[in-house]
Design a protein around this ligand. Structure first.
Ligand code: FES
Length: 146
């Protein structure tokens, strides 16, 4: 086995540290330009639930591309929104007792009827999504009414 002197050892350590530093600095830059293949919004409707398993007052949160969607069966019909809060992107939930969509992070409240802000810090309403019923199943897709 070849002996390695102190100077060569320090050169190797120096190069390893330099390579690690380059990866730490440029890795995020490369990741920005070549993001992982995560769909922002699915191009096909996403299955939510059989219609019979979601009575009025119930909700479901489903994976909708990269972010979750919140689907609520309200007295005014099916409503769906991106569950991502417009304040700091926390995930909103349906509160059946209050009959409001709630963001737990800073007490943001949204209307289940149109996704508008009822109270709290969110600067605008939730992004609406579209629902449809096909063969007894509820689906959510992009493109709801603003
Ligand atoms: S992140 Fe939703 S209210 Fe702040």
């Amino acid at each position: 086995m070849a002996k390695i002197n102190r100077r060569d050892f320090l050169k190797i350590v120096n190069r390893v540290l330099a390579a690690t530093g380059l990866v730490a600095v440029f890795g995020p830059v490369v990741a920005y330009f070549y993001p992982p293949n995560l769909e922002e919004t699915p191009s096909e409707p996403v299955l939510v639930s059989p219609e019979t398993e979601m009575p009025v007052g119930e909700s479901r949160t489903v994976a909708f591309g990269r972010y979750p969607a919140l689907v609520i069966n309200t007295a005014a019909g099916l409503k769906a929104y991106s569950a991502v809060c417009t304040h700091f992107a926390c995930i909103c939930k349906w509160d059946a007792d209050q009959e409001q969509i709630v963001c737990p992070c800073h007490d943001g409240f949204f209307s289940p009827v149109d996704g508008s802000v009822i109270s709290g810090p969110p600067p605008k309403g939730l992004t609406p999504l579209q629902t449809e019923i096909k063969d007894g199943d509820i689906y959510v897709s992009a493109g709801g009414e603003e």
